[in-house]
Design a protein around this ligand. Structure first.
Ligand SMILES: Cc1cc2nc3c(=O)[nH]c(=O)nc-3n(C[C@H](O)[C@H](O)[C@H](O)COP(=O)(O)O)c2cc1C
Length: 181
């Protein structure tokens, strides 16, 4: 019980000494499949966005979602200025968009035809399977990442299949055979 509390708080040099080896940590994380989203916002009239797999739902009432952004992100200094952001849930054929929004040194939106400004001024990508428009709720420093929590103010879905990410590869969802029995 005492140890659980210490892990949650992340305090104490002894816990640091117990940290798992970095390569083993990444290997274990890669076993976890996730959806792929692009977080977008508009800052001083310019669109910004980055690809993220750390997106998750947080709370139903109130409706909260979250993602983590690397402290080293060059997008974060702009993104953190935005009151509203959009979670663009990528559809399974949108691997190229996932790559574009993870690439530095390019104009990401110039490489992404069909995007538009939606409600609350957030950029929305074309062909996505869902969008969640969020008002920034809270931000916290966690390790080498920043936790961003958003209060969802608007959504839209198309019912398309989602893009998935697993072991550094993109894929698409296939229902378990049991589902068709
Ligand atoms: C599939 C995938 C998932 C990613 N997930 C995250 C994430 O959850 N958080 C994050 O900070 N970066 C994530 N990245 C990396 C960022 O997209 C990328 O490093 C970043 O956009 C680099 O540019 P920046 O300096 O604009 O942040 C991911 C990249 C890919 C390809």
């Amino acid at each position: 019980m005492v140890q659980t509390a210490a892990i949650i708080e992340g305090t104490g040099p002894s816990l640091h000494d117990q940290s798992v080896d970095g390569a083993r940590f990444r290997q274990a994380l890669a076993a976890h499949a996730s959806g792929v989203v692009v977080i977008t916002a508009q800052v001083d009239g310019a669109p910004v966005g980055l690809t993220v797999t750390s997106f998750t739902s947080v709370s139903l009432t109130p409706p909260l979602v979250s993602f983590y952004v690397d402290r080293a992100s060059t997008t974060w200094p702009s993104l953190k200025l935005a009151d509203y952001f959009a979670v663009n849930v990528l559809a399974d054929e949108q691997t190229e968009l996932a790559e574009i929004f993870a690439r530095r040194g390019i104009d990401r939106f110039a490489n992404c035809p069909g995007w538009r400004i939606g409600a609350y001024g957030v950029p929305l990508l074309a062909g996505i399977s869902a969008r969640l428009t969020c008002h920034r709720h809270s931000v916290a420093d966690i390790g080498d990442h920043i936790l961003v929590v958003g209060h969802v103010v608007e959504t839209g879905t198309t019912g398309g299949k989602p893009l998935l990410y697993h072991r550094a590869s993109f894929g698409s969802f296939v229902p378990h055979p049991r589902e068709s029995e």
